[in-house]
Write a protein that binds this ligand. Structure first.
Ligand code: NAP
Length: 290
């Protein structure tokens, strides 16, 4: 047994990031009279989405943004949602637009994401922003990358003095988490492997890693004997266990004894996601207004 891993406190890191954003917005307001405007669009009444939208609205207001939530009925047509986005795209007071996913089944999610002005796409999911990230040419000051991957990177940078040259294994290749986090790790000069459901001998692949990012969606999937002693483990998973508790994709009880540092669930990556949404909104504001 290598002893207990250092626990990476995402809750504290997110609070610190929000406080830093609040200070920057106060300075901007004092200098220009302007503050970033974040508009979140919710279609329907999915209970989890309602909770997410309410906390995004509240935290954006707390840091001093002009925070607006547009709650539309579940039967809203795709055409009506596109019209709403056209209105927000054209409104100069709107710096960031986020459409809460998942959308009702009768709406084509890709068509909706494509319709958001890439300069206001604070979820970082528009193909233009995904392309900029993949090209490796966008500057960190203007890049709108997906929020959860950005949060993973901030936690990694806090946990490790340098990322350059480290072996990173990302488990999962979703558009929302796996792919963008792999691109960000590559940009940070890691040697990156993306594993997925067809990867052969996953345990052996993971054992090479100095950094493991688990974004699988399977409770307790990553086992202690898959981890190189001292590795840094970022657990993106949010799963509900049969007893109702939130658990990650990593078998925390096993991995905490082997890893050098680990994010808990809850209190790890989760809180960083909204903080990074606020950061992206500030980035979009700055980029749009010079
Ligand atoms: P997803 O779209 O379902 O993707 C899951 C990925 O895991 C897929 O690429 C899949 O491979 C891979 N996978 C599934 N079974 C596997 C196996 N046995 N071995 C290796 N790879 C396997 O999920 P997601 O949206 O990326 O989310 C992943 C997790 O993160 C979920 O628990 C989600 O709730 C959580 N999440 C958390 C936050 C946050 O704020 N903390 C944000 C977003 C998501 P294939 O591509 O081959 O199918």
């Amino acid at each position: 047994m290598a002893g207990q891993a250092r626990i990476i406190d995402g809750k504290a890191a997110a609070a610190e990031l929000r406080a830093e954003i609040a200070r920057e917005i106060a300075t901007l307001r004092a200098a220009t009279g302007l503050a970033p405007g974040l508009h979140v669009v919710l279609v329907g009444d999915d209970p989890a989405s309602r909770v997410y939208v309410a906390s995004k609205e509240k935290l954006a207001a707390e840091v001093g943004m002009n925070s607006v939530a547009h709650r539309l009925p579940a039967e809203t047509s795709e055409a009506a949602l596109l019209a709403k986005l056209a209105e927000l795209n054209a409104d100069d007071a709107v710096d960031g637009i986020l459409v809460q996913l998942p959308l009702p089944k009768h709406i084509d999610t890709a068509a909706i994401i494509d319709a958001i002005d890439p300069a206001k796409d604070v979820d970082g999911l528009h193909p233009i922003n995904a392309g900029r990230l993949a090209s490796g040419k966008a500057s960190a000051a203007t890049l709108l990358a997906p929020c959860t991957p950005l949060g993973c990177m901030l936690l990694l940078r806090q946990a490790l003095p340098s990322l350059a040259g480290l072996e990173a294994v990302v488990i999962g290749r979703s558009e929302l988490v796996g792919r963008p986090v792999a691109q960000l790790l590559l940009q940070a000069d890691c040697t990156v492997t993306i594993a997925h459901s067809r990867t052969k001998d996953l345990a052996a692949v993971i054992r090479r890693a100095d950094i493991v990012v688990a974004a699988v969606g399977r409770p307790g999937f990553v086992k202690g004997d898959w981890i190189k002693p001292g590795a840094t483990v970022i657990d993106v998973g949010i799963n509900r266990s049969p007893d109702g508790k939130l658990v990650g994709d990593v078998d925390y009880a096993e991995v905490v004894d082997v890893a050098g540092a680990i994010t808990p669930v809850p209190g790890g990556v989760g809180p960083m996601t909204i903080a990074c949404l606020l950061r992206n909104t500030l980035t979009a504001f700055r980029a749009r207004r010079g």
